[in-house]
Design a binder for this molecule. Structure first.
Ligand code: UDP
Ligand code: MG
Length: 322
């Protein structure tokens, strides 16, 4: 019987310290799953250390390993998309698994993921059972997921990017035309049949997480404004409520004036000015976020560029970078 072919996509960014050790463990796990044909595709997202060189050397030793180098650091979302595009380029790929390179996505889950896929599940998602002990980042993450759910009705609480996608899901994801991508959210939004597997996130052994607070905040705002226009509507509702309040205060002010009981009211004027100014700025800022989205979408720039000279692909790459 023809073996099914699975592509494991692993994005890497500045992982030189631990990548050889981690890949060794992943390959060991794959040996135990020899009833599938494996293609391990590492996407180097413009690492500034020796990650690409280390992987390149490993590619010469292991047949299943391949390397796709991006020309610079485009971010994890772009690296995942690059991996998915490269995976579905080959017609024999049956499913794609996306996994981090720092072993925080345990490869021991692979057999369970594959079993669910064999049972016709189209998306197998690993979700985080325990987050780390950093209460501030947990509070931030939980508030983001609650707000995201409230605005988009997609529940992403404790979801991770560790997922198995059936080929048709990967193809559908790659074919979507939008520029601003939030992988976890979009997969949930697509609505294919899914199953969840819980896992405890092990601590990072080498290097450190590349997400700063500012990047996480940017990602959250991007995710929310890509999935919901509710913030704009909330501003409209606030505007209407403000007009109601202003009419009431205006009516009282006019009544006082005509009955001759008007007082100086300096504090009220200052407070109203500040409040209205604040709301206007907030409304403009909110509008600006959506205009920025439109700006990025209409430019239609590629998500990434590929450095084929440094890449180590087994099949002939397409003539032009996408
Ligand atoms: N990563 C990437 N590009 C980036 C940042 C990260 O490809 O710009 C990769 C990184 O090498 C790792 C995965 O994405 O394999 C998750 O990154 P990280 O461990 O820093 O994130 P965390 O686990 O803290 O969410
Ligand atoms: Mg990590």
């Amino acid at each position: 019987m023809l073996q099914k072919s699975i592509t494991l996509v692993i994005p890497t960014f500045n992982e030189a310290q631990g990548i050889a050790h981690h890949l060794g463990i992943v390959l060991q796990q794959l040996d135990a799953l020899a009833n599938y044909r494996w293609r391990v595709l590492l996407v180097d997202d413009g690492s500034q250390d020796h990650t690409a060189e280390t992987i390149s050397a490993l590619c010469a030793q292991h047949d299943s390993l391949e390397l796709l180098c991006l020309t610079r650091n485009f971010g994890k979302e772009a690296a995942l998309l690059a991996g998915l595009q490269e995976a579905v380029r080959l017609p024999d790929c049956n499913a794609v698994i996306l996994m981090d390179s720092d072993l925080q996505h345990p490869p021991q889950l692979l057999p369970q993921m594959l079993a669910l896929w064999e049972a016709q599940v189209e998306v197998v998602e690993a979700y985080k059972q325990h987050r780390g002990n950093n209460t501030l980042s947990n509070l931030f993450a939980n508030s983001f997921y609650a707000l995201f759910y409230y605005l988009s009705r997609i529940d992403l609480k404790n979801h991770s990017d560790f997922k198995l996608l059936d080929r048709k899901v990967a193809e559908a994801y790659v074919a979507m035309p939008e520029r601003a991508r939030f992988f976890r959210g979009l997969i949930g939004w697509m609505g294919f049949s899914s199953a969840q597997i819980p896992f405890a996130v092990p601590p990072r052994q080498y290097g450190q997480s590349s997400w700063s607070v500012w990047q996480l905040a940017k990602l959250s705002i991007n995710a929310i404004t890509s999935f919901s226009t509710a913030p704009l509507h909330i501003m409209t509702v606030l505007g209407v409520a403000f007009i109601g309040l202003s009419s009431l205060i205006g009516g009282i002010a006019l009544y006082d004036k005509f009955t001759g009981t008007a007082v100086s009211g300096f504090t009220t004027v200052i407070l109203l000015l500040l409040l209205i100014g604040g709301f206007l700025m907030l409304g403009l800022g909110m509008l600006g976020l959506y205009v920025a989205h439109i700006y990025h979408e209409v430019k239609h720039r590629p998500h990434y560029f590929t450095d084929f000279r440094r890449s180590k692909l087994k099949s002939q790459p397409p003539p032009l970078p996408h």
